[in-house]
Design a protein around this ligand. Structure first.
Ligand code: MSP
Length: 519
């Protein structure tokens, strides 16, 4: 449906019951890096993020705070969820709120279409519900402890809190009609759900047989009204999943929808099932193309557990960015954790990698190269033949990083780029420009070495720009390069003659006081 070279990528939309923590920021940053990489590869890119504002969880939080759900959502969006995008440097193209008129109108239209076409019927839901997950639960999803605080209750494994028992007149979506079509989809498009661990779990789940899904609630009213029966509100996940389509014009702007759809969805593995089962079934029912990919990333663990506010292990992104900066935040989580697997966060690991890889690695290299060109060549980058081994490595690293991003292996892309940092640092030591500078007979050689180094760090500025937009912009400016950094392509090796004039560069990754980071 979408044009070749079109790349539409989404984050989950975040519940506004609470403020963001670094787990949410991790999802945002990973998605943003993929979007920036595609933008700099010439793709017609669109990054969507936003907030999920309906449902019981938000309604109860608002009530507990003595305000209306809408007033609560407005406050959290303005004071927490929009500001965090700046804190971690997200370059989103749109921000959707499920209370936006554009979304509410299109959700009602979508539901009416499915109802008119016989995909929805009235029934009674009797079973468990976790308000934390906003999910109907099967006995398998629950624990039943014999002692402790919740002895005798059914407990949600994710939230470690008792679930509720519902008996409600609801409308149901005939999801069971789509089990075979979904299995066919996973089979024919093996990269539809990634990584394999998530894919296997999804296939197992669907193979057990799908039940129909309750898609309305009638015991509270904070939601979008079911168009043919306003005594019901739309089930919050059914409403939320539709954001990916309504934000790009489904139901209002056919042209835009055609240009953007289908999407690549980046989600935490805990919500992969909603995205890889319910959502494609909804789209199939509406006769729409399924998403391009659903990638379920792992969890950030703190003390071995999924980090979460409800378990009091939540860390606010600004606690990290205030000390290390947003670039280091972005770099750290994407390089230290294999994208698709869980990863443990610790201040010690963050400090150690900051120091070794950013301050002493990339940052120090950049400072030395600029300083040597200032000192030995009066700030002019020599226009000389570059060493072929480094030229080849630049190409090799660019190709490897680009290929890795194409398979969502962000950590591999970063590992490839780091090979160039290491090689250039080794090259400085081996070539010892300070020795060459003492011997006038080596002047031409010194030109070659400095040209090679300047080009090498220029390549690093380009390749790292999707991950560390601020440091690379400073480096780019110090290299005296013309043209906007964000317009440089990352899919083919950067290639420029010398001749520019460098200017002084402050340390890209200044020394930090580790005590303040840990406090
Ligand atoms: N509102 C739903 C998503 C609807 S999408 C149509 C939701 N919101 S959430 O705010 O609870 O979570 C949003 C994302 O943050 C999810 O992808 C979730 O996996 C991610 N994370 C929350 N805690 C996390 C960690 N500790 N680690 C990594 N990601 C985490 O679910």
């Amino acid at each position: 449906m979408s044009q070749p070279g079109s790349f539409y990528i989404t984050t989950p939309i975040f519940y506004v019951n609470d403020v963001p923590h670094i787990g949410h920021a991790y999802t945002e940053v990973a998605t943003d890096v993929l979007a920036r990489w595609h933008r700099q590869s010439g793709d017609d890119t669109w990054l969507l993020t936003g907030t999920d504002e309906h449902g019981q969880k938000i309604e109860r939080t608002a009530a507990a705070n003595g305000v209306s759900p809408k007033a609560w959502a407005d406050k959290l969006v303005a004071e927490a969820w929009l500001p965090v995008l700046d804190t971690i440097d997200i370059a989103n193209d749109d921000f959707i709120r499920t209370t936006d008129e554009r979304h509410e109108t299109a959700v009602a239209k979508f539901l009416q279409q499915l109802y008119d076409e016989g995909h929805i019927y009235e029934g009674v839901y009797e079973g468990y519900y976790c308000v934390g997950c906003e999910e109907y639960k099967q006995p398998d999803d629950l624990e039943h402890p014999e002692d402790g605080e919740f002895a005798g209750h059914f407990i949600c494994k994710i939230h470690s809190r008792p679930v509720e028992i519902l008996k409600e007149k609801n409308y149901f979506f005939r999801m069971s009609d789509f089990g075979d079509a979904l299995l066919k989809l996973y089979d024919e498009q093996p990269d539809f759900v990634q990584p394999d661990s998530v894919r296997n779990e999804i296939i197992q789940f669907v193979k057990q047989g799908l039940e129909d899904l309750s898609i309305s609630r009638s015991s509270f009213d904070w939601g979008i009204k079911v168009p043919w029966d306003p005594t019901h509100v739309v089930y919050v996940w059914f409403d939320a999943l539709l954001n990916y389509a309504t934000a790009v014009g489904w139901g209002s702007d056919t042209e835009q929808f055609r240009r953007r759809w289908p999407a690549v969805h980046i989600v935490g593995k805990d919500i992969a099932r909603f995205h890889a089962v319910i959502w494609p079934a909804m789209l199939m029912a509406a006769g729409l193309p399924v998403p391009a990919h659903v990638f379920g990333h792992g969890w950030l663990l703190v003390g071995g557990e999924k980090m979460s506010k409800s378990k009091l292990t939540g860390i606010a992104p600004a606690q990290i960015t205030d000390v290390f900066g947003s670039d280091a935040f972005r770099y750290y989580f994407l390089s230290a954790i294999t994208f698709g697997q869980d990863g443990s966060f610790s201040w010690e690991d963050l400090s150690a990698r900051y120091q070794a890889e950013l301050a002493n690695g990339f940052g120090n290299l950049a400072s030395r190269v600029i300083a040597m060109i200032e000192k030995y060549r009066d700030s002019v980058v020599p226009d000389a033949t570059r060493d072929v081994a480094i030229v080849d490595l630049e190409k090799n690293v660019t190709d490897a990083a680009h290929a890795a991003i194409g398979t969502f292996a962000i950590h591999e892309a970063l590992a490839s780029i780091e090979r160039l940092v290491d090689a250039l640092n080794g090259y400085v030591t081996d070539q010892a420009p300070w020795v060459l500078a003492k011997d006038p007979a080596q002047s031409e050689r010194l030109d070659q070495v400095l040209a090679t180094l300047a080009h090498g760090v220029g390549t690093l500025a380009v390749l790292y720009s999707p991950v560390m937009p601020q440091a690379t912009a400073k480096l780019w400016a110090a290299l005296g390069e013309s043209g906007a950094l964000l317009e440089q392509r990352v899919d083919t090796a950067w290639d420029r003659p010398g001749g520019g004039t460098v200017s002084p560069l402050d340390p890209l990754f200044p020394r930090v006081e580790v005590e303040s980071a840990n406090s």
